[in-house]
Design a binder for this molecule. Sequence first.
Ligand code: PMP
Length: 293
Amino acid sequence: MRLSRLGADLSPNVRLYAKLEGFNPGGSVKDRAAWNMIQRGLADGKLSPGKTILDSTSGNTGIALAMIGAALGYPVHLVMPENVSRERKAVIRAYGANATFSSPLEGSDGAILECRRIYEADPDKYFKPDQYFNEANPEAHYLTTGPEIWEQTNGEITHFVASIGTGGTIMGTGRALKERNAEAQIVAVEPDDAFHGIEGLKHMESSIVPGIYHEEELDRKIGVSTDDAYDMVYRLAATEGLLNGQSCGAALCGALTVASELDSGCVVTILPDFGDRYLSTNLWLGWRDRHQL
Ligand code: PMP
């Protein structure tokens, strides 16, 4: 989708596009990675009848795994920080998955460690897709997201901007785009602080670095504050009629930074999900305070 109103002040030869990943069946970009990890697990025999799918997830991967597990008849057990949004917990329950909650203070790393403990106590019981270390995660984007963006922009994309959680989106899409045009710039967006409120994202310097994340493949990294990301979510809703999540705000801040520096170009960013699953979070509770309602 072209963001003409948000991009109104850009040079006339700069186009800004957003890929709306909320349209996936489970409502986020993570359907792609979850589906590919499950397919690879089935193909190599690591996932077989009788096993339970187990993973740590900040939410969207959990929803995707819960949906796919339900559809394929596999039980799903998820480990996530206690403070993920109420809506996400409800969706996961609706798909029939079980959840263990880790300390909100330890963020996604706490969930990773708790998930390892559960797995190691009974490894034969589980198939652990392990999205942070599974090459089938970036491969999903290499096979789908990247080629789609290439085709949808008629090969005109010059800059790809995406936020990083596991890094699957940026790694896989980046590789697919670079293969088609080595000049394409791959720009990552991350929270500018270890203590942030951008659900789904990682501040790499202070986190367990995912095995699939190779920073040397990026052309640039942009830090975005929680406040700026939230403000962008409000702006996006009010100016483009698009209600999205926190990480979408962060990605767009990065994309606008990149686009505003160009005389000409085609900048594409990923909006990983829609905003209705965040209505009960600080994102919207805080909006009332900021606007003094
Ligand atoms: N935004 C949201 C809302 C997410 O859930 C995730 C995945 N954790 C991302 C962005 C980042 O995607 P990736 O894991 O592919 O880096």
